[in-house]
Design a protein around this ligand. Structure first.
Ligand SMILES: [Zn+2]
Ligand SMILES: [Zn+2]
Length: 356
């Protein structure tokens, strides 16, 4: 990977020169854009912190299709640069220049059949930040940038100043997905829960279920990832067989998916949230083992705006106490974005923190 650094251009219009990390022709580079004035309803947010997660790595490794000149990054915290008078966040709180906000990564249309039936995360017109080209309006759609331009209907929430960027930045990705898993499982709070995978989604799931009173065991081949669970109330799996009414597959490994189906108790629920890449492989399942045990399955991919709000509330309430900044790397400047991706590839951190 290489990066081309051009001198920052003088501000033009309301938002002016914007520097964005772009994936193009197999390389990550920095590109300067001159944004036109924003359209009514759009919001400009100065990014103060962004994070590289596994899905950004999938994009730059060519594991999933990306348009030419993809604006990278979908996790971000920032401050409102410019908004229409009367603009509000997801809770209806007014948004004014300087307000600190955390961003969701998905925008649904609110009008299609899926949106109307509650499947907003599967909207037929879904737009995902961090996956669009800088050649198409609104141009600046990645959070690995100095500024992101949000279309109308992108959920975002005002956040208090006392929660660090490094705690809040994954809210619109892994934390909201974990909130969707917990919502799908709807635990009473006294269940035994087995979680496969201690990456970011598995970690947040473990901490959330444990916080609700569940007895949580986590299975992962990495002792380092399991070590991060200290203090959350969740335990590394001790290998003893238990009846698990709730099993979560958050690793994305097909083999772990098979193990998750096998581990669930009679009448149990398996929530699958890790397997989002169709290229990861297949498993063989004996249908009778599922049917005769009366298993239920729920797939979780992305989240609703309400689950995003739950994630932000959870991080606000527990992030500092649980020391959740430890899930991220030390900050890497946007100017050294290639170093940030190299650090992400090394796999030491679930997230690499990037600051403009
Ligand atoms: Zn992400
Ligand atoms: Zn829709």
């Amino acid at each position: 990977m290489s990066h081309a650094e051009a001198p920052c251009r003088r501000p033009v219009g309301a938002s002016g020169g914007v520097r964005v990390a772009v994936f193009d022709s197999g390389a990550v580079t920095l590109r300067d854009l001159d944004l036109p004035d924003r359209s009514p309803g759009e919001l400009d947010v100065d990014i103060t912190a962004a994070a590289i997660c596994g899905s950004d790595l999938h994009t730059v490794l060519g594991h999933r299709p990306a348009p030419p000149a993809t604006a990278l990054g979908h996790e971000g915290v920032g401050r409102i640069r410019s908004a229409d008078p009367g603009a509000t966040d997801l809770r209806g709180e007014p948004l004014r220049p300087g307000d600190r906000v955390v961003l969701s990564m998905i925008r649904s249309c609110g009008a299609c059949d899926r949106c109307r039936s509650g499947l907003t995360m599967k909207c037929r017109n879904l737009f995902k930040y961090g996956h669009a080209s800088v050649t198409e309006p609104p141009l600046a759609t990645g959070t690995l940038a100095t500024l992101v331009r949000l279309s109308p209907r992108v959920p975002l929430l005002r956040i208090p100043d006392q929660v660090d960027d490094s705690i809040m930045v994954p809210a619109g990705c892994a934390t909201a997905t974990a909130a969707a898993v917990v919502a799908a499982a709807a635990p009473a709070g006294d269940e035994s829960v087995l979680i496969f995978g201690a990456g970011a989604v598995g970690f947040y799931c473990a901490a959330m279920f444990a916080g609700l009173g569940c007895a949580v065991q986590v299975r992962d081949p990495s002792a380092a990832r399991l070590g991060l669970l200290a203090g959350t109330g969740a335990q590394p799996d001790d290998g003893r067989q238990r009846p698990y009414p709730i099993v979560v597959e958050a690793s994305g490994s097909p083999a772990a998916f098979a193990d998750a189906l096998a581990a669930a108790d009679v009448g149990g629920l398996v929530v699958g949230a890790g397997s989002v890449s169709v290229a990861a492989g297949t498993i063989t399942v004996d249908p009778a083992l599922l049917v005769t045990r009366r298993l239920r399955f729920s797939g979780v991919h992305n989240y609703t705006p309400a689950e995003f709000a739950t994630a932000v509330d959870w991080l606000t309430a527990h992030g500092r106490r649980l020391g959740l900044e430890r899930l991220l790397s030390p900050p890497v400047p946007l100017a050294r974005i290639d170093e940030a991706f190299t650090l992400m590839r090394a796999g030491t951190y679930a997230r690499v923190l990037v600051r403009p």
